[in-house]
Design a protein around this ligand. Structure first.
Ligand code: SER
Length: 622
């Protein structure tokens, strides 16, 4: 069974159970300043858990493009990838555990024909302090299903301490493992965030345990023997103060990594062996003359394959390599891939070849890849050339350090890493070649860890701040963003379209296609139009309608996005004579006058180039 066939089977299975199949949204969240990338299928669904009706009903399914940058350092093992496809099905206040668990069991055992004896389950242990009970209902349902296969299915607890006893197949874990919210464990959730207990499914690949990961092996052990292939979240709580309240209706949020499911179907504990990844590995083996099975090179094979795929998808969604936000992550992926291509002894141009394989493998499902084909290749070429120049500068710095002889100390290694983009393993390799000692890996690792922790806690703050305290201001900026795009089209021409956006509670940012720098007069004119529309107190209206109807109305699209048949549209002003009209999931203010509350005015703070033909504006309400 190929990746495409598994994806198809899943969507058909849930379609047959009353779900509407929707296309994936962009990897770059459009109206969510709390995160750089779409990291799970549920992210675009958040409003619907909290009660907003979904335009297509209460049962939805899809295969969502997802990217988790926190996994970059993990790539190289048998199961981590930064980019992945997440199969998802949702119940918005419709069915619950009694349907979801048997369906999943049926899908895994009958549709995918996985070996039942290799399936393991985890359930939520409960937390008395928070008043959330143990999920005995889910555990009981699973027990019954395994029982039908005549399999002994005992329920264990704390296997991380006691190990897995004979006959145990279902295990209770606590807040860290079997509770799901965007912020993680219940204790980390900000006010107003929804979450709930989950029950996860694991596949046993039977590899030997590695004591490096703990004395005993268990389903959540990191040694790679058990791989999580899916997660049913029963999203029925919302955080209120330090406690939890029930949401008006309970929801189901299933997410399953397609790559891992495909590996389980293949019966091989390595996601790089599935067909869509194998084409990349085979290409790499051909151009490098090296073997994937060679332990010396396997990690580089995996890193290059993962990063090339992720970079291709990002470029397909309009991300531009740069020094901040999404662009920075993309740049890091491309650079790291190039470094590992060097390890494999492969020269310039291979990334482009790999991206072609990615596009060929995925374009039937993700049409945007084909549409952006030429742009993806140009960007990869340009970025590779630029990085090779940087490497030359970095090499000069390395030579200076090396000329001092003796041991290369941790701060110098760290400086090469942060200032010159020199990966640490590269400095290590170079030092070895020159017969130089290098400072203990531990010290460098600590510096790097501190560096990463700083950036992570930055991200965590962004999360808490964006979501909890400043939601209203962010919503105002979101509406201002719509006004701005329309004003830009009026002043610069109708060919102006949005190419990226980022909204926080402090400002809005828009990237748009436009040939040249704006004049002072044009900037002033755009500001005037937006401020006039704020002063006119216009209603902002949401309408759900058929996609082709919305297109006929000339509603603005997001670059490269594919939309479901029924979409929601936001218009500033009535639908028959709107000032602005866009495909958009919201949220927005009710009336433009809210943007001007407290005498605030719309002001453009900055207008600059980000790439050929793409300009960026930062604007505020002050
Ligand atoms: N939100 C859950 C996850 O990402 C299930 O979709 O694992």
């Amino acid at each position: 069974m190929t990746v495409s066939e598994i994806r198809q089977k899943y969507l058909e299975f849930f379609h047959a159970r009353g779900h509407v199949v929707v296309p994936s949204v962009s990897l770059v969240p459009q109206n969510d300043p709390t995160t750089l990338f779409t990291g799970s299928g549920m992210q675009p669904m958040l409003p619907y858990f909290l009660g907003t009706p979904h335009p297509l009903g209460t049962r939805i399914t899809d295969s969502q493009k997802a990217f988790r940058s926190q996994d970059i350092e993990e790539v190289g093992d048998n199961r981590h990838t930064t980019f992945f496809e997440m199969l998802g099905n949702w119940s918005f206040g419709d069915y619950f555990k009694d349907e979801q668990i048997p369906w999943m069991f049926q899908f895994l055992t009958q549709e995918l024909k996985l070996d039942v004896s290799k399936l393991y389950i985890s359930c939520y242990k409960g937390n008395d302090e928070l008043g959330i009970p143990r999920d005995t209902h889910s555990a009981g349902l699973w027990q019954g299903l395994f029982g039908e296969y005549g399999l002994e299915t005992k329920i264990g607890e704390d296997p991380e301490r006691d190990g897995m006893r004979t006959g145990e197949r279902i295990f209770y874990y606590g807040d860290k493992k079997n509770w799901w919210s965007r912020a993680g464990a219940p204790q980390n959730m900000p006010e107003g965030e929804p979450g709930g207990p989950d029950t996860e499914m694991f596949y046993d690949f039977g590899t030997p345990h590695d004591v490096q990961f703990g004395a005993v092996c268990h389903v959540n052990c990191d040694c790679g023997r058990f791989v999580e292939i899916g997660n049913n979240v029963f999203m029925e709580y919302v955080k209120k103060g330090a406690k939890f309240e029930k949401l008006p209706k309970p929801n189901v949020d299933f997410g399953g990594g397609l790559e891992r499911l495909a590996a389980a179907v293949l019966g091989k504990g390595d996601v790089f062996l599935i067909d869509t990844m194998q084409v990349l590995i085979i290409e790499l083996a051909a151009v490098s003359g090296k073997q994937y099975d060679n332990a010396q090179y396997q990690k580089s094979f995996r890193i290059v394959a993962d990063h090339a795929r992720a970079a291709t998808f990002m470029l397909g969604d309009g991300v531009i390599p740069g020094n901040t936000d999404q662009g920075y992550v993309l740049r890091r992926l491309i650079r790291r891939a190039i470094r590992h291509l060097d390890t494999l002894g492969v020269g310039e141009g291979t990334l482009i070849k790999l991206s072609e394989r990615v596009i060929a493998a995925y374009k039937d499902q993700y049409h945007e890849l084909d549409a952006a084909h030429v742009g993806i290749q140009d960007a990869l070429r340009e970025e590779e050339q630029q990085f090779r120049k940087t490497l030359l500068v970095g090499m000069k710095e390395f030579e200076k350090v090396a000329a001092r002889g003796g041991t290369i100390e941790a701060p110098a290694i760290f400086n090469l890493y942060t200032t010159y983009g020199f990966p640490i393993e590269m400095t290590e390799e170079l030092a070895k070649e020159r017969g130089l000692q290098i400072s203990s890996g531990a010290t460098v690792a600590r510096l790097v860890q501190e560096h990463q922790e700083k950036s992570r806690s930055g991200a965590a703050q962004k999360f808490a701040g964006g979501l909890a305290d400043h939601a209203e201001q962010t919503i105002r900026y979101h509406t201002a963003h719509h006004l701005l795009l329309k004003a830009l089209q009026m002043v610069l021409g109708p060919e102006v379209h949005q190419r990226g956006s980022n909204i926080t509670s402090e400002r809005l940012r828009i990237d748009f296609s436009s040939p040249g720098k704006m004049t002072k007069e044009q900037i002033a004119e755009v500001e005037k139009i937006v401020n006039t529309k704020i002063a006119e107190s216009i209603d902002v209206i949401r309408t759900d309608m058929k996609k082709d109807e919305a297109e006929k109305l000339g509603a603005e699209h997001e670059f490269g996005a594919t939309y479901p048949d029924t979409v929601s549209i936001y218009s500033v002003g009535p639908l028959n004579s709107p000032f602005s009209i866009e495909f958009c999931g919201g949220p927005h203010v009710k009336n433009t006058k809210e943007l001007g509350e407290g005498g605030k005015k719309f002001i453009i703070k900055k207008e600059e180039a980000v790439a050929a033909g793409i300009r960026r504006i930062k604007a505020v309400l002050e």
